[in-house]
Design a protein around this ligand. Structure first.
Ligand SMILES: [Zn+2]
Length: 477
């Protein structure tokens, strides 16, 4: 049976469309990865949370997804025009490391942040530096077909050979940007908006490769065309990115890919809006380019940030505030508390009931409506509220639905609620206290209760239904 339909906003048609994959039941997704020259801000991480929800939604509905995300570990010129400075090189100089060490460090950091946010690992994560031959082959095809030309300082794509360049995605939105590119004066280019496919090596360049056009390094756009087509085919289902990727990056990817293959490149383009901070733009110079570790240092959990993101429709700008994060953390704590109480009330035994169908149907309807995550969260919350107020039988029944929904929401509801969250030492201490209490040894039981809180940050409550515990201090805090 074919999975249920999903509707996605497609930047190419500028409307919400039914998602019809190339192969029924499968979906190939390419996500523009980060340039690994620095820490990723919460603005970047926000985008990958949305991509994660998109992928998880398709998987939840039964699609077989192949998710590819590249790692840009070469070049990426500041401002994305052909002059300017190379980000990887600037960072290598700043930190006194070679670009490879730098890229490894920031890739690991990025993957660690993703894990904390429960973002699934891509199936394939190609690095640009491992795909120079594929890029050279693609550039060669473009030269052979007359779409690219060799100049004194590199190889350029001739935009006059690709009608509609700069208008395929956001249309009018990109016109100012295209006009901006047209004032880029470089006597080596035929047209000011022509973009570099290959740049000739300059003195001091740290990353250079041989090519038929001499030593140099690839342009940024060509890497995504070469790697996406290598792993997903010359035409594939979904390409996602941030709204800042629309032009020139994605428009250039379309031009060079379709000019080379003569085939449609991507069927659905999905773009996430910017993250604002306190109503303004996020910028290093404004001191508000926060990292995930900043949020953690303020005492918040990474998953509270995930919940904050899910509470916003991805095509609306998200305004990040500390107060907003605090309320997301409170909401998450409340949910965890409900799940933990219900879990402990039912003895933590596996619950063999099917999820609540009407809630689940509404949840699916929200997600398939262009990833309406706030509405999906509301469904999960409604079931949790039922669990909070109901008797043991209701609790038992009510838990399975949010656990099922958490396959998409990924807020670790089950993991945090269950015994899995206890270390063996913690579990032993809890059991020991329980036994002391049952034997009527209240002195020992009180000692152990105090120790549980002091050593492990676990507070024990005795209720008429038995012992309950909660973490009053996060693990390791
Ligand atoms: Zn890209």
């Amino acid at each position: 049976m074919a999975p249920p339909g999903v509707r996605l906003f497609n930047s190419a048609s500028r409307q919400v469309e039914p998602f019809v994959p190339l192969v029924p039941g499968q979906a190939g997704i390419y996500d523009c990865g980060p340039t690994v020259y620095d820490w990723q801000t919460i603005g970047n991480l926000y985008r990958y949370i949305v991509s994660d929800v998109q992928r998880r939604t398709l998987e939840y509905l039964g699609y077989r997804v192949k998710a590819v995300m590249n790692i840009t570990d070469v070049g990426h010129i500041v401002g994305d025009v052909d002059q300017g400075e190379d980000r990887m090189m600037l960072a290598a100089k700043r930190e006194g490391r070679d670009p490879e060490t730098l890229a490894r460090k920031y890739t690991e950091q990025f993957m660690e942040d993703r894990r904390k946010l429960n973002i699934l690992e891509p199936h394939v994560m190609p690095k640009a530096t491992d795909h120079i031959p594929e890029m050279i082959a693609l550039i060669t095809r473009l030269i052979d077909k007359g779409h690219a030309y060799i100049a004194a300082d590199g190889v350029y794509f001739d935009i006059t050979t690709f009608p509609g360049y700069g208008t395929r995605l956001a249309g009018e939105l990109t016109q100012d940007l295209v006009a901006g590119a047209r004032v880029d004066v470089n006597p080596n280019k035929r047209n000011p908006a022509d973009f570099a496919l290959w740049r000739a090596a300059k003195p001091g360049d740290l990353q250079v490769w041989d090519s038929p056009w001499g030593r140099g390094n690839p342009g940024w756009h060509i890497e995504c065309s070469a790697m996406s087509m290598k792993y997903l085919g010359e035409t594939f289902d979904i390409h996602s990115g941030g709204e800042d990727n629309l032009f020139p990056h994605h428009e250039s990817e379309i031009a060079q890919s379709e000019a080379a293959t003569g085939k449609p490149f991507v069927r659905y383009w999905t773009h996430v809006r910017f993250l604002k901070v306190d109503g303004g733009a996020m910028h290093k110079s404004a001191g508000n380019a926060y990292l995930l570790q900043d949020l953690e240092a303020w005492g918040f959990e990474p998953l509270a940030f995930r919940l904050l993101v899910l509470n916003n429709k991805y095509r609306q700008p998200l305004d990040f505030t500390r107060a907003g994060l605090a309320s997301a953390q409170n909401r998450l704590d409340r949910w965890r508390g409900i799940v933990r109480d219900a879990w402990q009330a039912t003895g933590g035994t596996p619950i063999d009931v099917s999820p609540d169908d009407s809630r689940r149907t509404a949840f699916v309807a929200a997600l398939t409506d262009d990833l309406n995550t706030p509405a999906a969260l509301a469904q999960a919350e409604a079931v949790l509220d039922l669990a909070a107020t109901g008797d043991v039988a209701t609790k038992r029944h009510a838990l399975e639905t949010p656990f099922d929904m958490d396959q998409v929401l990924a807020l670790s509801l089950r993991e945090r609620a269950s015994d899995a969250d206890l270390s063996s030492e913690e579990r032993a201490a809890l059991t020991e206290r329980d036994e002391a209490r049952k034997k009527g040894d209240y002195k020992r039981s009180d000692e152990l209760r105090a120790e549980l809180e002091r050593r492990y940050g676990i507070r024990v409550k005795d209720t008429k239904d038995g012992t309950r515990w909660e973490r009053v201090r996060r693990k390791g805090a």
